[in-house]
Structure formats: C-alpha cells, structure tokens
Design a protein around this ligand. Structure first.
Ligand code: ADP
Length: 478
C-alpha cells in the first residue's frame, strides 16, 4: 500500500481531508506517496498554533535556536543520498543535481545557524543631550511560506531557515507536485528539537491553502516563489491587508556571447543554463544573444553538444536531463516550440521522447534565427528551449538583453574586461554572470530580480534579514 504523509499542525502529524498521489515524472507508474491536503480549517489551526508559540520561540535562547538549525543541517547531509533520490523521484531532476540541492539545503541551515548569533544592531549618538539611539531587529511574528515545484528542497530551506533563525514561526505550503522534500525538512527539524507549533506544514492546492494564508489576519508576512500571475495576485492581496510580502517570479534571462568569447566556456554555459534541470529554472538562459562573428561556430558547437546530451529517467546512471515535471509542463514546452516555428524560427530538437518507462521526456530545443520581440523570446517557457538572437555588436546585445519585462538574471561570455564591466553595470537584472551560467546562486549572497521577476526584499545571505525582521529604533536617556 502507498504510504500516506500527513500535515504538521501544532507538532502533530495530522490527517488530511483527502490525499493526493505524488507521481514520479520519470515513471508515471510509480507513486512516491500520498500527501494530505489541508482544509481551510487546518490552515487556521496551523496559523493559531504558530501565533500561540511565537512568544516562546522569539525569546528562545539563541544558542538553542542555532543548535536546532545546525542539527537539521547535519541530518540533511547524512541523508543526502536518500533525500536526493526522493527529490529526483518527485520532481524528475537528474540524481547528481538532486543530491547537490540537498547539500545546498544543508549549507543554508548551517549558514543561518550562524546568523542566529550575528543578528546584531547599531548604536547611534542622539541629537538630544544625554541620550543614545539603538536600532535593533525583531522577528515579524508568523510567516507564511509558499513554494514552487522546481526547487523542492533548497527553496523551502532558504525560506524556513532565515524565518526560524530570526525568531519567526512558520506555516509553509509546498507546491502540490513536490510535497515530499518539504515534508522531510519538517520531520528533520522536529527531530532536531524544534518546539511544537513553531513550524507547521499544510499541503494542498494554492486556491485553498494559499488563499487561506492571504485571508488570515494572523499571518504577518508572506514569502512566495512561483509564477508571475500568482505572485502579482499574492502581492496585491498582501498589500490590501498590510502583510509584508516578498515574491520571486519568472525570468527570460539573456546570455550574451561576444566574438572574443572562449567558445568552449560559452557553449558549456549555454547548454547548462538553457537545458540542465530540464530548463525548469527561473534563472535559465533562454535568450542566447550571439555576436555575428562567433555566431556560426557557436551554433555548430551547441548542436554537437546537444546531440550528446542524455535525456532519461532521473535516477538512471549517466542521465543529464530528466523529464518535465508533468504533462501540463511538457505540453506547454511543446506548444512553445510550435509557436517558435510559426514565428519563423529554425527549430533543432524539441520533440517528445519515449524512454523505457512512461514519463514526460523531451529533447532540448535550440531555435535559430529568432527575433527578440517574438513571443518565444518574451514569454517564459520553463522548459529546455533556448533561442539564438544574432546581433552586430556589444551595444546591440546589451539593448536586446534589457528589452524584456523581466529582470532576474543575465550573463555575458567575453574576454573583454571593458565589456564585462559595462554589462555588469548596465544589465537590468538582479544577478549578473560573467563567463558563468545565469543559473548559479550561492547561499551567502543576495538572490532576487527586478521588474516582473521580483517584488520586495532580497532572499538569502544576511540580506534575508531585511525581510524576516522588523527594525525597531529606541531612544534612551541614561
Ligand atoms: P506554477 O504555475 O509554476 O505551478 P504557481 O505560481 O501556480 O506556479 O505556484 C507556485 C506556488 O503558489 C504553489 O505552491 C501553488 O500552489 C501556490 N499558489 C497557486 N495559486 C495560489 C493562490 N491563489 N494563492 C496562494 N498560493 C497559490
């Protein structure tokens, strides 16, 4: 019988209204588990529990708080193989990368374990004689976290860890397609000694569970990662009820390749950024802006490297690219490949693939001779589809790179210090990469974008403090 996984409400593993199967996209005959769906009443109970225990957690001894986060990190490391396999099975990520994501989650908990004791403040002289001014940080209260399916363990980790480190209580709703990884983080934190009610897990659909977060006056802040449409809806609702809000949304990220680029580096970076993780990254490089002198050599080398890519079951030895996460995503990818063709693009690859097990496999697609204003270059696909846009020179490349509603990440491959420096300064993106993929983010520095890609404070590193704490200014006459 398939195992059932319950919600975590006030420290108790609580049965759901109903259970939803978690299907392996590499083999749709395999059910990873059945996961409880929470009702609106469950969400209310979870939020109430978090609110009740907030006075305890926000004044918990800081060493004990740090120790809990560090123990969770140690368990994540110790169980990284099994948790990596679980992530692969629920999301379809190639195993090596899935294990790396679990290790990343461990690093995030380690980092924020240290942040517990680094949450200092500032002291200023007062303009009033005999007084002093203290600027300190306090937790917000109860934070609602809503996470997407494409990064099943690191995104929940980079929201839960700072929320707890800075003294908040949490109610989290993972994406319906990948609840198992978040369920495991919750189990690990409870085993690490987290008091009951500090972290609550409510699984289920956005329209029930997510909406209940928005409707609750007892949630002080919402951190969301997902689509632009949902993010805008959440931000608008949150502003109405004056909840602090942070949204990470889509991207249509440019990678510029200049004539003087190292061809091997440029093509490695484009293959990784465009196709690895099945293109299911908001930081994927989907617009390849290539200068005319290197264009033909770049395209030829890309096609050679693409021919060697192994798309298969995520757990199979040698697989580099797993399946799309589900049928809906795969159909969307294929529809966009058709759109690119109808718009006049020259499509290489891009069809549905059959493998030994039934799954949502797709060949990566490189679309040549595209124009930046086409839909295929303006709308996020979220699949292994990259388009080449040929340009005359660096100035044109920069203009094309910035001509988008999004602004999450961008990259440039060049050996020119002048060009890379100019691009780093003038790219309208939150993250810029030079001779590296547009996709890498590291846990100790800020992550986030501009315009349609992001709303609110940055995530990760000590920058996370700006979202997960409130500032207090105290004037004191001694
Ligand atoms: P995708 O289309 O990639 O699934 P979504 O933005 O729909 O992206 O989903 C991201 C997260 O937001 C998921 O956890 C999803 O359940 C949640 N969500 C979807 N709709 C809502 C909503 N109306 N309110 C709150 N959360 C929602």
């Amino acid at each position: 019988m398939t195992r059932q996984f319950n919600n975590l409400i006030d420290g108790e593993w609580t049965a759901g209204e109903r259970y939803t199967p978690n299907v392996n996209p590499s083999n749709t005959n395999e059910i990873v588990g059945e996961f409880a769906s929470a009702s609106a009443e469950h969400v209310t109970a979870a939020i109430a529990a978090a609110r009740r225990v907030f006075p305890v957690w926000s004044s918990y001894p800081c060493q004990a708080r740090a120790d809990i986060l560090m123990r969770a990190a140690q368990t994540l490391r110790a169980e990284s193989q099994r948790l990596g396999e679980l992530l692969s099975r629920e999301e379809g990520r190639a195993l090596k990368e899935a294990i790396s994501e679990v290790i990343r989650a461990a690093q995030i908990f380690e980092y924020f374990s240290g942040e517990v004791v680094r949450t200092g403040g500032e002291i200023f002289p007062s303009t009033r004689p005999g007084a002093e001014v203290f600027v300190t940080r306090e937790p917000l209260g109860v934070v609602g976290l809503i996470t997407p399916w494409n990064v099943p363990i690191a995104i929940p980790a980079w929201k839960i860890a700072p929320a707890l480190a800075y003294g908040n209580c949490v109610v989290i709703k993972p994406a319906e397609l990948v609840p198992a990884s978040t369920w495991e983080i919750c189990r690990i934190l409870m085993e690490a000694g987290l008091p009951k009610g500090v972290l609550n897990l409510v699984m289920g659909p956005g329209r029930v569970v997510g909406e209940a977060f928005l409707a609750s006056p007892d949630i002080d802040a919402i951190s969301f990662t997902g689509s632009v449409a949902t993010g805008r809806h959440i931000a608008a609702q949150a502003v109405q009820s004056q909840k602090k809000v942070q949204c990470e949304m889509g991207g249509k990220n440019p990678l510029i390749v200049l004539d003087d680029a190292d061809l091997e580096i440029a093509t490695d970076v484009a293959i990784d950024g465009g196709f690895f993780w099945t293109g299911q990254r908001c930081t994927a490089s989907s617009r390849l802006i290539v200068q005319k002198g290197i264009h033909d050599r770049f395209v030829a080398r890309m096609l050679e490297k693409m021919a060697a890519l192994k798309v298969d079951h995520a757990l199979k030895d040698g697989t580099q690219i797993g399946p799309a996460v589900d049928e809906r995503q795969l159909s969307q990818n294929l529809r966009y490949v058709d759109i690119a063709r109808e718009e006049g693009g020259d499509v290489h690859g891009g069809g549905r693939l059959e493998r030994e097990t039934p799954g949502f496999y797709m060949a990566p697609a490189l679309v040549l001779n595209t124009q930046n204003h086409w839909r295929i270059n303006q709308e996020e696909v979220f699949g292994p589809v990259a388009c080449v846009i040929r340009v005359e020179n660096y100035e044109d490349a920069l203009a094309v790179a910035n001509d988008t509603q999004f602004g999450l990440s961008s990259g440039i491959c060049t050996n020119s210090l002048a060009a890379s420096t100019h691009f780093r300064r003038h790219s309208r993106a939150g993250t810029v990469a030079v001779n590296l993929t547009t996709t890498g983010s590291e846990y100790h520095v800020a992550f986030g974008g501009r315009r349609a890609s992001s709303y609110g404070a940055r995530e990760q590193g000590r920058y996370a403090m700006d979202f997960y704490t409130a500032i207090k200014t105290s004037y004191v006459r001694a």
